[in-house]
Design a protein around this ligand. Sequence first.
Ligand SMILES: [Zn+2]
Length: 110
Amino acid sequence: MMSMDSLDAACSVCGEETSLYLNGVPICPDCDKAGKAGRAFAGVREALTLARQECRNALAAHSKMASSFGLLDPGNPAATEAIRNAYARIEAASLAYAKALRDYRAFKRE
Ligand SMILES: [Zn+2]
């Protein structure tokens, strides 16, 4: 895989001499670390965006449910069940959002 010649390779990002390769591209340890942090942060940020979106969707689904079922026929077991599920979805979504936010803030602190 790695020969002694690779010691002379230049980092593809900053041009620093390096013996480290990432997917066949020379990269120095500093740029590799920065790249990893950047990718991890992008992942955390995306998770936060998705979690926020799911919160919105869950709330929207619940209010749609409540207006179409709950008020018309509050005694309907199917409606009660559907609304309970909608609540559970909101609860799960807000827990996931809180966790994503914690991860995001932990990342910002580092
Ligand atoms: Zn570099």
